[in-house]
Design a protein around this ligand. Structure first.
Ligand SMILES: C[S@@+](CC[C@H](N)C(=O)[O-])C[C@H]1O[C@@H](n2cnc3c(N)ncnc32)[C@H](O)[C@@H]1O
Length: 260
């Protein structure tokens, strides 16, 4: 395998925390039944937290999220929630636009701990690309409360309560730095997409990765970025599949196919 591929391959495993055979545990939610709840409270008062093992089979294809609960966000030390398969897909998109010389930068809207953006920056570095940047857009405060008047499909969203999604800009910058990839080819765009992304209108994107989970987040990001990417017909748009499965995001694929 050529050196560039070896580097990218190792980096993907690293950002996905796939290098170690670690068992993940998530705290068990406070039980509903009285007896169990009293028992669990007694243990908690002594500093003992009940945990359960995360099924290892959910790893790999990007389904690290166990069916219920969000404690896994704290449990994992991965820098990305994209599993190996989705990281492979993102790598393919970036390499494809490089191969075909599609002009433009790469952007991810919704970066969490930064792992997917770190991968995109690493690919540019591996192939000696100096004239493209990676843009990392996020509130760096988690997801917004639902705005059901404007986006009715988000009405049941409780994402804003999930503090595990709130990763600060300093922490994400630090994560880039750990890989030696914090440099002038990375731009951070801090704030709500509805405020920040319109300011990027007109920018040429070669790869767009929309991963904001909510309908609003996906719609706001696409409003700004997709018309620009369409100028270069060959550019690449990936919408995280997790995003399409998120409450509120289900109406999005139809609309986007309508627009194109
Ligand atoms: C599912 S996480 C992103 C996962 C990440 N792409 C990865 O590789 O693991 C969703 C991210 O989108 C951000 N986000 C969602 N909606 C947003 C909005 N409307 N404005 C700004 N940031 C938003 C959240 O702060 C969070 O970091």
């Amino acid at each position: 395998m050529p050196e560039a591929e070896l580097y990218i391959d190792l980096l993907k495993r690293s950002v996905a925390d796939a290098l170690q055979e670690r068992t993940w545990y998530v705290p068990v939610p406070r039980p509903k039944s009285l007896i169990k709840r009293v028992l669990s409270d007694l243990l908690a008062a002594r500093g003992i937290t009940l945990v359960r093992e995360v099924d290892p089979s959910v790893r790999g294809e990007g389904s690290e999220r166990p069916p219920r609960g969000t404690a896994w966000l704290d449990a994992t030390s991965a820098f990305t929630l994209l599993g190996q398969d989705r990281l492979d897909n993102l790598q393919w998109c970036v390499e494809d636009v490089l191969r075909r010389k599609v002009p433009g930068d790469m952007i991810e809207t919704g970066v969490w701990r930064g792992g997917a953006c770190i991968l995109m920056r690493a690919i540019l570095k591996a192939y000696g690309v100096r004239d493209r940047k990676v843009w990392a857009a996020d509130s760096f405060e988690g997801l917004p409360p639902a705005d059901p008047d404007q986006y009715p499909l988000d009405r049941h969203s409780t994402f804003h309560e999930q503090r595990g999604f709130a990763v600060s800009l300093e922490e994400v910058r630090h994560n880039f730095d750990k890989y030696g990839l914090l440099d002038d080819q990375v731009e951070f765009v801090k704030g709500w997409f509805c405020d920040t992304l319109p300011k990027l209108a007109g920018h040429t994107w070669a790869v767009i990765h929309l991963d904001g989970d909510m309908y609003e987040s996906t719609a706001e990001a696409s409003k700004t970025s997709i018309p620009d990417s369409r100028r270069g017909v060959t550019s690449s748009l990936t919408i995280s599949e997790r995003c399409l499965h998120a409450p509120g995001s289900l109406g999005f694929p139809q609309e986007i196919s309508h627009q194109r």
